[in-house]
Design a protein around this ligand. Structure first.
Ligand SMILES: NC(=O)c1ccc[n+]([C@@H]2O[C@H](COP(=O)([O-])OP(=O)(O)OC[C@H]3O[C@@H](n4cnc5c(N)ncnc54)[C@H](O)[C@@H]3O)[C@@H](O)[C@H]2O)c1
Length: 350
């Protein structure tokens, strides 16, 4: 199979490509990515010479670039991950989120419809989305596949729009689509603007750990390899036109997860007392419109497709911490000057 993975140089995309080439070495992977600040080909250096791996420097906002990749590589299936993915950036500048997540997804669907028109049912288009499309939960309850969409940030609104477009392309044109909506991921290769890699980086550099508001917002955390195995399961066995929620039944408030990781980091770095990482915690002004709680009901994918996460949270976090400790060069490489400027704007004031 010739499989195009969009956004393959990003956090989840690069983990997925490494996972896929190991598990399905006979498949051909076309990594279609425009290499924004979040895309790093160094994530894939271990497979860059793999005979079945091919990188295309292409932009979803340019329909001709998608079309020529489909044509040149005879793409047979798509897993679509490319997106602008950081909520804070969507508040500072929503326009690019609409372009990439909405218009870019539309361009990709159009290309698939056009290039596969002789037999749309034969070619799977899998769309990777987020639990954030469902909005925010109170103290109780879970998001299921039938929870009404209620996105609250420009990021989640743009992802919700892309989900609707994917659904419409099946309903109207008969494209063979599946969609997954996943909770927060953590693991290797995550850009250090997101909570856990930022926390690890700042502890290593003895810098304050910014915590929004009082830190009581709750997220459901899943190790990235478990997300990859869920995408694999739905891509191969999911029912056409269906959506599946993916989560780890693993809810943590931000402040609790920060304390937990600080304790593991203290252990790994031999710190304690006044040197403890916990002393770096610094509360900052809350994110506008910050969703309170996300929690996923993943019983559909468990019951129908027999998928379950295989990493315990402690296992996943320990793996993640040791990866970041062993890859400090990677962190330095991706933390460019532009990122430093953005970081100052974001967390500069209390
Ligand atoms: N990270 C999470 O916790 C999480 C959870 C659920 C769902 N998701 C979804 O998974 C997908 C991947 O997330 P991630 O965290 O790996 O994102 P990321 O920001 O790390 O990577 C995004 C990738 O897309 C590429 N890209 C951006 N704009 C592009 C364009 N116009 N054309 C081509 N490529 C472009 C970037 O270069 C980058 O390599 C996204 O669709 C996101 O909404 C993420």
């Amino acid at each position: 199979m010739i499989l195009m993975i969009t956004g393959g140089a990003g956090f989840i995309g690069s983990n997925l490509i490494l996972y896929w080439l190991k598990k399905y070495p006979e498949d051909h992977i076309i990594n279609f990515d425009s290499l924004t600040y979040a895309g790093n080909l160094s994530n894939l250096s271990s497979v860059e010479k793999h005979p079945h791996y091919h990188f295309v420097n292409g932009n979803l906002c340019v329909p001709e670039e998608i079309s020529s990749a489909f044509e040149e590589h005879r793409v047979e299936a798509v897993i679509h991950l490319a997106a602008e993915s950081h909520v804070d950036r969507s508040i500072a500048g929503p326009g690019q989120f609409i372009q990439t997540n909405v218009v870019g997804t539309f361009n990709l669907l159009e290309a698939a419809k056009e290039h596969w028109r002789e037999n749309l049912a034969k070619h799977r288009f899998h769309h990777v989305s987020t639990d954030e499309v469902y909005g925010s939960l109170g103290e109780t309850g879970f998001f299921s596949e039938t929870t009404p969409y209620s996105p609250n940030s420009p990021y989640s609104a743009s992802k919700a729009s892309s989900d609707h477009l994917v659904r419409a392309y099946r309903h109207t044109f008969g494209l063979n689509v599946t969609t997954t909506n996943c909770s927060n991921n953590y693991g290797p290769f995550q850009f250090p603007e997101k909570l856990l890699p930022l926390l690890i980086k700042n502890c290593l550099e003895q810098k304050p750990i910014p915590v929004y508001g009082d830190g009581s917002n709750i997220r459901d955390w899943l190790y990235v390899t478990d997300h990859c195995s869920a995408i694999d399961t739905v891509f191969h066995h999911g029912k056409e036109g269906e959506t599946y929620n993916i989560g780890g039944l693993n809810e943590w408030s931000n402040i609790d997860i920060i304390h937990f990781v600080c304790r593991l980091l203290d252990e790994a770095l031999g710190r304690s007392g006044k040197d403890s990482c916990e002393n770096l915690i610094s509360f900052v002004k809350d994110r506008p419109g910050h969703d309170r709680r996300y929690a996923i009901d993943a019983s559909k994918i468990q019951k129908e497709l027999n998928w379950r996460p295989s990493f315990t949270f402690e296992q996943g976090i320990r793996e993640t911490i040791s990866w970041y400790l062993d890859h400090q060069d990677w962190v330095r490489l991706v933390s460019s000057g532009e990122y430093q400027k953005y970081y100052k704007q974001q967390y500069g004031s209390k």
